[in-house]
Ligand binder design. Structure first.
Ligand code: ATP
Ligand code: MG
Length: 448
């Protein structure tokens, strides 16, 4: 295992003061897997006040101090140093009420969630692996440290961490851990929405997300009850060869591996169960499912504390995912104007994932249409066609100079001009725009 110099420096300074210090947790797991660790955590016999005193040249974040953690801000990056500890009784299935410092690293490892996360490593002393984490790593198995039910009762977030690690690492879940998680799934409702979202972001981006959520759908539904009806909703349509939940998971898997794109895929058809109806042909229809999905998704995303901007990004995708291809030029321009180049790219990414999750004969037909829309949008952008108010050849200032008073009418006039330019009714040239603006202003507010 290779350890960065600045981590070695932290270990060495703690040990020079007579306190054992080890690399622990995710960095040991990832290093053994040959993956680059996201961060390096240090566990040590030193107390937080000692850590603070012994690294006086660095600033430190003390937010976790009550739990024994000090974050040292080294120039190479932050390093978390946590005192060996055991957790006191847990409250609210979320966090220990208190922690007690432990004398030995082995005791500290026992409080950790999964065996693969409960290993310690030191460059001179080597690996400490009291729970068989290395064997589980080699077998690709997630197993709880200790009794799964007790561990999930202590902290229900571990249920989502279990799914997250399974999805990200492509590991299987030990049957006892799965049974324990299932038994404790009702506790997921106690978790803070921020923590749920943070875990689900990572779970959704994992390369094994479909498999993990297929096998553990009940766990996800315990955290996101709004989605449970998807699993009981058949499509009954020649376009689909999976039920709505199966289709959704395939779309998630096919969507770009970034959180908002994956959330949009997870939610894109969530309105279907609510609007399912049978037509005279005896087939199921889902008219209005995108709009129904927007309403459901809006509430779900608000509950999980998505920012307004993130929420709008996802809701735009849910609303627009089902548009009929091919796009006319006018339609393309409107979408580009509404979503911006990046948002439009996202929409095509979702539409592509949606198509890949439908019956295979459709993909062959529809994927080229999506590629064509992408190319046409690029051409529009490259030509610099007017898409927004900023791109109009007529500015607010031009109208003010004509004596139009500032205010909402001026804004409405410009927006109307943009509409007509986007629709191809009007060329984006100043004289014509000016003439049309005067016409609109003369017609008065009733016409706008
Ligand atoms: P990553 O950094 O990739 O998310 P990680 O395993 O390092 O993975 P962290 O959340 O950084 O995860 O936690 C560091 C270590 O702390 C874990 O490896 C695990 O040993 C322990 N740990 C974290 N959260 C919990 C928890 N809820 N219950 C028990 N142990 C935990
Ligand atoms: Mg970590």
């Amino acid at each position: 295992m290779r350890i960065p110099d600045h981590i070695r420096f932290v270990l060495d300074r703690l040990e020079a003061r007579g306190r054992q210090a080890w690399c622990v947790g995710g960095c040991v797991r990832d290093s053994l897997l040959g993956r680059a660790p996201a961060d390096w955590d240090v566990a040590s016999a030193a107390r937080p006040e000692e850590v603070l005193a012994w690294f006086p040249e660095f600033s430190a974040v003390e937010a976790g101090r009550a739990f024994g953690t000090v974050r040292l801000l080294l120039p190479e990056g932050p390093v978390e140093v946590t005192s060996f500890r055991t957790d006191g009784p847990y409250s609210g299935h979320r966090r220990p009420q208190s922690v007690r410092y432990a004398a030995a690293m082995e005791e500290d490892l026992a409080r950790r969630d999964f065996t693969v996360n409960a290993m310690a490593w030191h460059p001179a002393r080597g690996l400490r692996d009291p729970f068989g984490g290395r064997a589980d790593l080699e077998a690709g198995v997630l197993r709880c440290v200790g009794d799964p039910v007790l561990r999930f009762q202590e902290d229900a977030l571990r249920i989502l961490r279990l799914l997250r690690f399974a999805a990200v690492l492509g590991f299987s879940i030990h049957p006892a851990a799965q049974a324990g998680a299932c038994q404790c799934r009702g506790l997921l409702a106690c978790l803070s929405p921020e923590r749920v979202r943070a875990e689900l972001d990572r779970l959704l981006c994992g390369s094994s997300v479909r498999l993990v959520l297929e096998e553990n759908a009940a766990l996800l539904f315990a955290a996101l009850p709004e989605l449970e009806p998807l699993s009981r909703c058949a499509q009954e349509s020649p376009y689909h060869c999976w039920d709505v939940w199966g289709h959704t998971l395939r779309a998630v898997e096919a969507a770009p591996a970034a959180p908002l794109d994956r959330w949009a895929a997870l939610l894109h058809d969530c309105g279907k169960p609510g609007v399912k109806a049978y037509g005279p042909d005896g087939r199921a229809h889902f008219y209005g499912h995108a709009q129904a999905g927007v309403e459901l998704a809006r509430a779900l995303l608000a509950r999980l504390r998505f920012s307004n901007q993130e929420r709008e990004t996802v809701l735009d995708l849910v609303e627009l995912h089902g548009q009929v291809l091919p796009f006319s030029e006018k339609r393309l321009k409107r979408l580009l104007a509404r979503l911006g180049p990046q948002g439009f790219g996202r929409l095509l990414g979702l539409m592509r994932a949606d198509v890949l999750a439908q019956a295979p004969h459709l993909a062959a037909e529809r994927l080229p249409l999506i590629d064509r829309a992408r190319e046409e949008a690029q051409a529009i952008l490259a030509r610099g066609d007017c898409l927004t108010l900023g791109g109009l050849a007529l500015r607010g200032g031009d109208l003010l100079a004509l004596g139009v008073p500032p205010g909402p009418r001026l804004g409405r006039t410009l927006r109307q001009l943009l509409e007509e330019v986007l629709a191809g009714k009007l060329a984006n040239e100043k004289p014509g725009l000016m003439a049309r603006a005067l016409e609109l202003l003369e017609e008065g507010p009733n016409h706008m």
